[in-house]
Ligand binder design. Structure first.
Ligand SMILES: [Zn+2]
Length: 94
């Protein structure tokens, strides 16, 4: 694990989860606003709305309670990004 990737002390999911459950704020800048990203199952990608921060998190909630938070590391190829493919319309045959 490369601890220098993150500029915050909170870089493991147990600490992040506890932080978000308690404060609901971005641990990097203290911001309270987040931009909703793609959602997959119970978790959702959230990006901090503070312009100079922009830290991204994957936040999982169940019945309104945050139970798991991870950072989204943009230095790693995005093979876990949730992509929703629109349903294809079947061709009509006359
Ligand atoms: Zn932030």
């Amino acid at each position: 694990m490369d601890r220098f990737k993150s500029h915050s002390m909170l870089d493991n999911s147990a600490d992040l989860t506890a932080w978000f459950a308690r404060t609901g704020r971005c641990p990097d800048c203290g911001g309270e606003e987040f931009i909703d990203g793609p959602r997959g199952g119970l978790s959702r990608n959230m990006k901090c709305a503070t312009a100079w921060c922009g830290s991204e998190y994957n936040i999982a909630r169940y019945e309104g309670r945050i139970f798991h938070v991870d950072r989204i590391d943009r230095s790693v190829p995005a093979d876990v990004v949730v992509v929703r493919v629109p349903e294809a319309t079947p061709p009509t045959i006359h």
